[in-house]
Ligand binder design. Structure first.
Ligand SMILES: Nc1ncnc2c1ncn2[C@@H]1O[C@H](COP(=O)(O)OP(=O)(O)OP(=O)(O)O)[C@@H](O)[C@H]1O
Length: 258
């Protein structure tokens, strides 16, 4: 039974010009999968994340989450559902500058008024696993971008969500920090069987996933599974991207992955 089902989802933005951002898109995500979503600019990736994260509603079609339809929830139930079931990782980290690293990480539990012992226990475990212990008392402006993204990942994990949604999580990082963050996401995915959906423009980032779903003009274009070495998977991702158009695949095809 898939953990997430996107069924015939269409999203039309009405305005002076009607814009069909997604058109009858369907796919499933299994528990424990690490899925990348790729597509040219304007292909509907952010729209899709907004629908999965219940920030917006489809015009038609359904999104089913663990056998449940979030669209049928009341606004209050929906806010709780989002806080409880989803973890978010953004390109620009979205840490609160006035809070310490530690306070940022436990924020989802603070908002849910969880017991202090639970917060301390989970914080201690995560900080150790993600190697954050030495800067827990610093503020976001006192740490590097790579460290900030690790803090954001810890915050996304602390309430043990059903799905982690990551929107270009390496978009603001250099290649070393990107690799560290992607290795961390892979480790969390493998060890905790956490389900991760990651939107990315970066084929190297996508090569860390189990599957890549490609969309074009709001429609399903292709999907490929990683059943071989990462280098081969990376080359296959580049092949699909070159069919999709709009990238600089030629510059990347000679890259050897570390
Ligand atoms: N709120 C909105 N109102 C009207 N049109 C929108 C809105 N949001 C997105 N669109 C349009 O829907 C289409 C898909 O946009 P979306 O942002 O989902 O693409 P994307 O694949 O995430 O692009 P990018 O990679 O550039 O972030 C685009 O044509 C965009 O202009």
């Amino acid at each position: 039974m898939p953990i997430l089902q996107v069924k015939d989802v269409t999203k039309v933005y009405e305005g002076k010009v009607t814009n069909r951002a997604l058109n009858q898109l369907s796919f499933d995500v299994e528990q424990g999968e690490f899925l990348a979503v790729m597509g040219p600019s304007g292909s509907g990736k952010s729209t899709l994340l907004n629908l999965i994260s219940t920030i917006d509603r489809p015009t038609s079609g359904e999104i089913i989450f663990n056998d449940m339809k979030p669209q049928s929830l009341s606004p209050n139930e929906l806010a709780y559902f989002r806080r409880r079931e989803l973890g978010f990782v953004f390109q620009d980290f979205n840490l609160l500058p006035m809070l310490t690293v530690e306070e940022n990480i436990i924020l989802p539990l603070t908002l849910d008024q969880k017991p202090v012992e639970m917060m301390e226990e989970r914080l201690k475990n995560l900080a150790k696993r993600l190697d954050l212990t030495s800067y827990l008392h610093k503020r976001p402006n006192e740490i590097s971008g790579g460290q900030a993204q690790k803090v954001a990942i810890a915050r996304a994990l602390i309430h043990e969500p059903t799905i982690i949604l990551a929107d270009e999580p390496t978009g603001n990082l250099d290649s070393n920090n990107s690799r560290e963050v992607l290795e961390l996401l892979s480790k969390i995915n493998e060890e905790k069987r956490a389900t991760i959906i990651m939107v990315t423009h970066d084929p190297i980032a996508a090569s860390f996933c189990d599957r890549v779903l490609f969309i074009k003009d709001g429609e399903f274009f292709n999907e490929i599974h990683r059943d071989d070495r990462r280098q081969t998977f990376f080359q296959r991702i580049l092949n699909v991207l070159s069919l999709l158009g709009g990238g600089q695949v030629g510059d990347l095809s000679s890259i050897r992955l570390p």
